[in-house]
Design a protein around this ligand. Structure first.
Ligand SMILES: C[S@@+](CC[C@H](N)C(=O)[O-])C[C@H]1O[C@@H](n2cnc3c(N)ncnc32)[C@H](O)[C@@H]1O
Length: 253
């Protein structure tokens, strides 16, 4: 099966775990991804009958919307783009409200792809790596656009999506921000994690959740099924930043 690569990088992206997660997806009609990010699992799995992708980040969802509707225009705008510190700063300092949605999408793609660790705040450069190629691609958006065809794109907080889409034939893939690690600019502490747990506890459908292995996360989900996994994430270029993390895959089936 052809596994698509997401068009962006994202902190905590599930590139290394996605095969294992995909193998564990149960039978379902409606596939819902509550915390989309770069969408590694969505882009890697087979299409479901109905699909929903959601993230609270407005700029991220706008990028996918624009890829869906205006892919050629995004490619046209990127055609003469190159990786430069001044351009990076210029994009960073734009007032979003004054930009068109297409321009906002290009800005987001530029900042994410040309920044250190995909965080969008510091210009990313290297001495043994070339600039990230995402802003130079041609015709990659076509596949992505095609993939988005039978998908509802949402931009709400996870609890509202659970309420709207929960059926006995719904499957939720949940990859929330890790507990007690750097965030995405949206608060996700114990309160949000417990709200997620309480919502998931009472659903009619099925869920699979990935979370960092922590005394508290184990405790919250003690009534469900666990699988322990170890993942090596590279934090910086080269191997010096590579560390192993313990992660849990939790399901209610
Ligand atoms: C760990 S990342 C998901 C990574 C993704 N699975 C991938 O493969 O790239 C978590 C995502 O949750 C989003 N997020 C944070 N708070 C949220 C909320 N309350 N509701 C929905 N999404 C939220 C963040 O914007 C971020 O993109």
């Amino acid at each position: 099966m052809l596994m698509l690569k997401p068009p962006i990088t994202r902190l905590g992206g599930k590139s290394r775990l996605r095969k294992q997660i995909i193998e564990m997806i149960p039978e379902h009609t409606c596939y819902v991804e509550l915390f989309f990010g770069a969408g590694w699992v969505y882009f890697g799995k087979e299409k479901s009958k109905v699909e929903v992708i959601n993230d609270i980040d407005k700029e991220l969802i706008n990028l996918f919307r624009m890829m869906k509707y205006h892919a050629p225009e995004i490619e046209r705008m990127l055609e003469y783009e190159f990786s430069g510190r001044d351009i990076f700063e210029e994009y960073k300092n734009y007032t979003i409200d004054y930009l068109t949605e297409i321009h906002r999408a290009v800005r987001f793609l530029y900042l994410i792809s040309q920044s250190f660790a995909g965080k969008g705040n510091h210009y990313g450069y290297g001495t043994n790596t070339r600039p990230c190629p995402q802003i130079f691609y041609k015709n990659v958006l076509g596949d992505i656009k095609e993939r988005l065809r039978n998908t509802y794109v949402e931009n709400l907080s996870f609890e509202k999506i659970i309420e709207k889409y929960d059926r006995d034939y719904t499957f939720f893939f949940c990859d929330p921000p890790y507990f007690e690690t750097a965030g995405y600019g949206f608060e996700f502490g114990e309160k949000e994690h417990l709200l997620l747990r309480d919502k998931l506890k009472n659903i009619k459908g099925k869920f699979l959740l990935t979370i960092n292995d922590h005394e508290k996360t184990r405790g919250w989900y003690k009534d469900f099924n666990f699988r322990n996994v170890e993942v090596g994430y590279s934090v910086s270029n080269g191997n010096s930043g590579r560390r192993k993390y313990k992660e849990l895959i939790i399901t209610n089936y």
